[in-house]
Design a protein around this ligand. Structure first.
Ligand code: QAP
Ligand code: CO
Length: 170
């Protein structure tokens, strides 16, 4: 297993649209395991392959309190079932920033699991927010695209400055 590097906003590679996985083989399973390890180490509750510069339709999520319920989603899709909810979202690719985003309340998620078998599940609450947030990544979209341009620009400038200073002190 390995901990992978996470791309940070405004890295243009985060804008890449991910391609479907054509076969769930050992290499894909190894990537999902490394993504879970990276997410748990961060620590985070969700991570998309895009964030580790792998442009494949793969997401890992664990919203349980004790990190006991890893979800591996391959070629995921969802349908909105009902309602709206607001949540203060963050992102491992936008470290240190949280903003309120409005998303659907209930969704029907369809994906392949780690063994390549299709499954469906209804999601609500935090899990529903997390699925919608992570599937945005696969389209090259970030939660900061759901907030005002003024707020997004403020975050972009601060993170760019942090990244430059990190290079200097290295
Ligand atoms: C996406 O986000 C999410 O800023 C997953 O300094 C977030 O795991 C879905 C994290 C909220 C639904 C609700 C963020 C860690 C982790 C940071 C994460 C940070 C350290 C974010
Ligand atoms: Co994110």
């Amino acid at each position: 297993m390995a901990i992978l590097d996470i791309l940070e906003f405004p890295d243009p590679r985060l804008r890449t649209k991910a391609k479907p996985v054509t076969k769930v083989d050992d290499a894909i399973r190894q990537l999902t395991d490394n993504m879970l390890e990276t997410m748990y180490a961060a620590p985070g509750i969700g991570l998309a392959a895009t964030q580790v510069n792998e442009h494949k339709r793969i997401v890992v999520i664990d919203v349980s309190d004790d990190k006991s319920q890893p979800l591996v989603l391959i070629n995921p899709e969802y349908e909105i079932l009902s309602g709206e909810q607001e949540y203060d979202e963050g992102c491992l690719s936008v470290p240190g920033y949280y903003e309120t985003v409005t998303r659907a309340e209930k969704i029907l998620l369809k994906a392949l699991n780690r063994d390549g078998e299709p499954f469906e599940m209804e999601c609500d609450g935090l899990l529903s927010v997390c699925v919608q947030h992570e599937l945005d990544h696969l389209e090259g979209k970030l939660f900061v695209d759901h907030i005002s341009r003024l707020k997004r620009e403020r975050i972009r400038k601060k993170l760019s400055k942090d990244q430059k200073e990190r290079v200097k002190v290295r």
